[in-house]
Design a protein. Sequence first.
Length: 382
Amino acid sequence: MNFSYMPILKALPSEIKALKHLVEDDQLEGVIPLMDVPLVKDPTKDKIPKRLESSTALIEDQLDEICDNLASVLSNKYALIDNYRWEPNSTIETGELVISKVVHSLIENNVKVIPVIGYDRWENETYKQFYKTVHFDTAPFYCFRLDKTAIEDSEDPSYFLDNVDSILKDLVLSKDKVVILIDAGSLFNTDEDTVLDDYEHIIKLLSKSGYSQFITAGCSMPTTIDKAAAKDQTNILPRKEMSSWQYIKRTYENLNIIYGDYGVKPAESAEGPAGIGGNANAKIRYTIDKAFYIVRGHMVRGEGKSKEKQIWGLAKKVVESRHYMGETYSFGDKRIKLCSEKKFNGGHPEWIVNDTCHHVVYCLDEIRTYEIALGTVKYLTV
């Protein structure tokens, strides 16, 4: 397939369930997700679920659950795997590295793991040695993840290029075996010119050095919904990650530039492992052309006994808007239509599923439409 889109998703139940529906509907062609392994519950800080109360290896058991869920959806499929939220030398109870535990579990369950190498973590010797000794035989490429640390380092080009090339040398890779992920993270408080400058600066530096395959990624969604729309109001929130990618794509026609984003959730998500916030607002994050159509309600806590659910009205706003793509467009669109007819309401985790399903399908259409308009486009075939 032609690799066109890389959503960065937390490997949490809602995101995994969304992938399941997308796989069942055959709507993942061209998509390779980057699954960020979430931090697991800490018994010194968090309430432990009953199913794990008797666990003697709590970290390992939680990671086993995550890996089993991922494998149930991504078996025989490509997936980029990272532990970005963890310390690079984090271990499970046996002393095995977290990233080692996850990678080996997924490979054993037939997931075609593509390694994600953290620029910000390469100085850690334990982390480095793991990636130097493991052979990713089914991986069509390695992904070098350059986050804000790398973007800052790139202001000193010699230092930055030496660091990137040292990773390449340590892994004994050729440059055509590497895809550079420029992960700008949260873009909500960053103007689009700055976003473009950051992407272009790194692309110019690395393309002159011989790298030709890139992913630009970022997230325009704020950490809390109140910054995206006022209570009980709608708003159009520009997706700087898409408009920036389109500019980069047409400007650097000789390079392979893949689109990446964070789905519908913030890059620094306030939504924890359970996917539930005590002060959560009812909301639908509906992806449209280079933007999100945000339909926000108010706090859902306390309305459990109410016969009239506010989410019904929010779904009706989406269905009656000029943006709605129709109930057959995706699993999420079908759910929105049912909700508008008061046949479904669902909790916060279920709306992450709905919004993510619509988002992935819409982004793929958006990417393909733009690439057709450009004409000649380079693809990374896997």
